[in-house]
Design a protein around this ligand. Structure first.
Ligand code: NAD
Length: 446
């Protein structure tokens, strides 16, 4: 018999013992309820309805948490989640089918195939910077693969956390999917439980905690971490085109994007051509006073605001540099003359600050990149195909995009995956995970 659905209007309590929740989900998984395609499709359709019915509520919550403009919220949170739902619904049957494999002489009379099995009960831990997208996109994969799921949204993006806790469960089978709330202490407690897969998106330091906790149960993990993403700008380029693209992707979501270009590597001559072009781009996107622009986000909380304010003291401010604590506002900023040893070049910036670092040559830039941790994303801008191809060939990174910002993230045809900060064993069998290499080339004019 199916377990009775819970009171759908009751938000999950911070005091809910995780054991009870997990027992409920394990029993549901063991009953086989999540396996039929019809069940998976019904849950995915529920997710789609959640996004459509609550569009305004979600836009308001994203504006409250991050001052996200409607455009940014639509593009990077709601539409992306909806397309993931649609992608899974379109492909569900095909993903679920057995995959025939070739046979050898000894198995000619046998049938050999790969069957896609759900893991069981998966835990999804999400960060605050794209608090809807980074919670729902992994959830879509987990549902499509036939898993039960415990969702742990970020406690820092409070308005979205509230919507996910109070509204989302009404659209899902609560016997199989649970939203649990909490910060580091509660998540540490949650991690003591045994899961069948953990999908974590967040910082490298917490990634280590998650991996260590998972190791105690030999639970497979998918870690989506952060880091510094270099952006090489060649002398042979159109500075305004490059500045438009770099500024757009650096200052999107007030720079709080894991794959944003973190710093630019270029020659001193190109730096001088880029600076006025960046100034132009910033004025074009956010007006003469970016603080009054409806299109520029705010820093998520006081702690991150203070951290970023500290980084404004590195090198020399060439553009921007203003901040206002009462609004957690940091102006789109460009720094020059920064030293490799300064904090802005040591930690992931995760804010609207872009250092321009001088290199003597392409070789010097490649060497600079290769002396550091493998980046999550890497960018190269040049009118020369050979230059872009050389950066691609002689470096290693989780994702690569030639002559653009993180456009590679928008392509469902590119798998998630990569190296270094995004070590991803194939997650839930049906989940589209990953980012790969992509090159597109610049027109010579903006
Ligand atoms: P975070 O690591 O602080 O928190 C992520 C999640 O872990 C949250 O749900 C939080 O409650 C939980 N958590 C925090 N401290 C914990 C602890 N001590 N023990 C157990 N759980 C804990 O990350 P964040 O500040 O929310 O997000 C920013 C980071 O996420 C950046 O480093 C960014 O690059 C990274 N990120 C990566 C991707 C990606 O796809 N690779 C996407 C977005 C963000």
């Amino acid at each position: 018999m199916e377990p009775r659905p819970q009171d759908l209007s009751r938000p999950p309590s911070r005091m809910d013992p995780f054991e009870d929740t997990l027992r409920r989900l394990r029993e549901a998984f063991a009953s086989g309820r999540t396996r039929p395609a019809e069940f998976r499709a019904a849950q995915l359709e529920g997710l789609g309805r959640f996004l459509r019915d609550n569009r305004q509520l979600l836009l308001d919550a994203l504006a409250q948490d991050l001052h996200k403009s409607t455009f940014e919220a639509e593009v990077s949170e709601i539409a992306i989640s909806q397309s993931e739902v649609d992608l899974a619904l379109r492909n569900l049957q095909a993903w679920m089918e057995d995959e025939r494999v070739s046979k050898n002489l000894a198995t000619q009379l046998d049938s050999a195939f790969i069957r896609k099995e759900p893991f069981g009960v998966a835990l999804i831990i999400a960060p605050w910077n794209y608090p809807l997208n980074l919670t729902l996109v992994p959830l879509v994969g987990a549902i499509a693969a036939g898993n039960c799921v415990v969702l742990k949204p970020s406690e820092i993006s409070k308005s979205i956390e509230k919507v996910l806790a109070e509204v989302l469960p009404r659209y899902l089978d609560q016997g199989c999917f649970a939203v649990v709330l909490g910060g580091p202490a509660e998540t540490a407690q949650l991690l003591e439980q045994r899961f069948d897969h953990i999908f974590f998106t967040g910082s490298p330091s917490v990634g280590k905690i998650v991996m260590a906790a998972a190791a105690k149960h030999l639970t497979p993990v998918t870690l989506e971490l952060g880091g510094k993403n270099p952006c090489y700008v060649d002398d042979d380029c159109d500075p305004q085109t490059v500045a438009n693209r770099v500024a757009w992707f650096r200052y999107f979501n007030a720079g709080q994007t894991c794959v944003a270009p973190d710093y630019v590597l270029c020659s001193p001559e190109t730096r001088e051509r880029l600076l006025p072009a960046l100034q132009n781009a910033i004025a074009r996107f956010y007006g003469d006073d970016p603080q009054r622009s409806p299109n520029l986000g705010r820093i998520i909380n006081q702690k991150h605001f203070k951290r970023l304010q500290g980084l404004l003291g590195c090198g020399r401010v060439a553009i921007g540099g203003q901040s206002d604590e009462s609004e957690r506002y940091i102006a789109p900023t460009v720094l020059v003359d920064v030293q490799e040893t300064e904090p802005v070049m040591q930690e992931e910036i995760f804010g609207p600050i872009l250092p321009l670092v001088s290199v003597r040559s392409l070789d010097d830039a490649i060497d600079f990149i290769n002396r550091r941790e493998k980046p999550l994303a890497l960018y190269a801008f040049s009118n020369s195909t050979q230059v872009v191809q050389r950066v691609l060939a002689q470096t290693s990174s989780g994702g690569f995009c030639g002559n653009d910002g993180f456009m590679h993230m928008t392509l469902a045809s590119l798998p998630f995956g990569g190296v270094g900060r995004c070590p991803r064993p194939a997650l839930l069998p049906c989940l589209r995970v990953a980012q790969c290499h992509l090159t597109s080339f610049l027109p010579r004019t903006a």
